[in-house]
Design a protein around this ligand. Structure first.
Ligand code: NAP
Ligand code: MG
Length: 401
């Protein structure tokens, strides 16, 4: 059989624990037999990050900027417990995802993998709902304080040039609690651009919601920047593709989302995205079926699974057990990256392969072969049997061939 050729490499970021084991199996069984795979390989496993003083993470992110497409395996973010588990660590290295996101100035889009045998809790959701959460500022970079006596709080901005702007926040007659929030024009704009880029790549409608009737200036600024970006840079492309950009108030959006069929991207401010992404994920079923794409304002995309390294399964694997760890989100990270590479490089065969890989994976589930985490989620009456990861991947490979 002739393997599918690639022209430009994609950036491959390897990771840790059980997902690193799955990574190798996915490549060996599902990709290398069919694709003449070209990657620039970066080992983001914890020990490799430690050995390079975390330079490898920075190098990987810069490679993603240069090549435009990356696929990433889940990685350990060290905490106190990990410092004991790995005594050779010279530092409590920062989250690789945080480092990469900062370098790409990107927004993470989380989307569930949906299949007929597992119905979302919201019965009318037929297609995935992708959540885009702004990952900078607001409550997450706020300052808070409590005060005890009657008095007045003011908000003052001191410009570097010496200008000053002051507002009265409130005069209170007793103990009170206060918070100061901010966001940056550049960050909101980068968020908006990433959202429009991703909507175009997915050919899906983009919704954005905030509360500009109450926060007229603050949320109004988000609304204004989104509209400005849309009008100046993206409207023509949206109209060509027949997709829409739609702004509505957050409370109206919630009601519409619940009644919708799904199949769109929902952009949200930091706190709204934090809450809604967990709600939508829970309603669709399983963390193991959640994919994530980091999109930068210039259209660079890094594909990954939303879940972590599945540590509990890894320790059973080390004891020689066969685990039933679900590889779907990691497979879809690979298929997403290959499809994007194919689109950018004008390689329809590579795009087709990514689609076939997804179809074979979904067909395997539809045939009732699945990892054990999914068994409790299937519709009553659907016949399914639990497979270990290797059996499941072999079943996909057989269908793909
Ligand atoms: P996790 O790896 O997502 O796993 C939590 C639990 O969810 C697992 O123990 C398992 O439940 C279930 N699960 C998650 N993915 C699964 C899959 N593919 N198949 C089957 N079950 C799955 O989260 P964690 O245990 O909190 O974190 C482990 C490590 O991952 C940490 O070191 C953390 O820093 C890292 N992490 C990395 C990323 C990333 O790189 N993007 C994201 C999150 C966490 P059962 O054990 O009940 O089967
Ligand atoms: Mg949350």
């Amino acid at each position: 059989m002739k393997k599918i050729k690639m022209t430009t490499p994609l950036v491959e970021m390897d990771g840790d624990e059980m997902t690193r084991v799955l990574w190798g199996m996915i490549k060996d069984k599902l990709i290398l037999p069919f694709v003449d795979l070209k990657t620039e390989y970066y080992d983001l496993g914890l020990l490799s990050r430690n050995a390079t003083g975390d330079q490898i993470t920075v190098d990987a992110a810069n490679a993603a900027r240069r090549l435009g497409v990356a696929v990433k395996c889940a990685t350990i973010t060290p905490n106190k417990q990990r410092m004991e588990e790995y005594p050779e660590l010279t530092e409590m290295w920062k989250s690789p995802n945080g480092t990469i996101r900062a370098i790409l100035d990107g927004t993470a889009f989380r989307a569930p993998i949906v299949l007929p045998a597992i119905r979302p809790v919201v019965k009318n959701w037929e297609k995935p709902i992708t959540i885009a959460r702004h990952a900078y500022g607001d409550m997450y970079k706020a300052v808070d304080m409590t005060t005890e006596e009657p008095g007045t709080a003011t908000l003052t901005f001191r410009g570097r040039s010496g200008t000053e702007k002051t507002l009265d926040v409130q005069t209170v007659d007793g103990p009170a609690v206060w918070q100061g929030q901010h966001n940056k024009e550049t960050s909101i704009r980068a968020f908006a651009r990433s959202c429009f880029q991703y909507a175009i790549a997915q050919k899906q409608d983009l919704w954005f919601s905030a509360k500009d009737t109450i926060a007229k200036t603050y949320d109004g600024e988000f609304k204004r920047i989104f509209e400005e970006e849309y009008e100046t840079s993206y409207r023509a492309e949206f109209e060509k593709l027949g997709i829409t950009y739609f702004y509505t108030l957050i409370d109206d959006a919630v009601a519409r989302v619940i009644r919708s069929k799904g199949g769109f991207i929902w952009a949200l401010k930091n706190y709204d995205g934090d809450v809604m992404s967990d709600m939508v994920a829970a309603a669709f079923g399983s963390l193991a079926m959640m994919t994530s794409v980091l999109v930068s304002p210039d259209g660079t995309m890094e594909f990954e699974a939303s879940h972590g390294t599945v540590t509990r399964h890894y320790y059973r694997y080390l004891k020689g057990e066969k685990t039933s760890t679900n590889p779907m989100a990691t497979i879809f990270a690979w298929s997403g990256a290959l499809k994007r590479r194919g689109e950018l490089d004008g390689l329809p065969e590579l795009v087709k392969f990514g689609q076939d890989l997804e179809a074979a994976s979904l067909q395997t589930l539809a045939d009732g072969v699945m990892t054990k985490d999914l068994l409790p989620l299937v519709e009553p009456g659907f016949q399914a049997r639990g497979a270990d990861s290797e059996e499941f991947l072999n079943a996909i490979a057989a269908r793909l061939a």
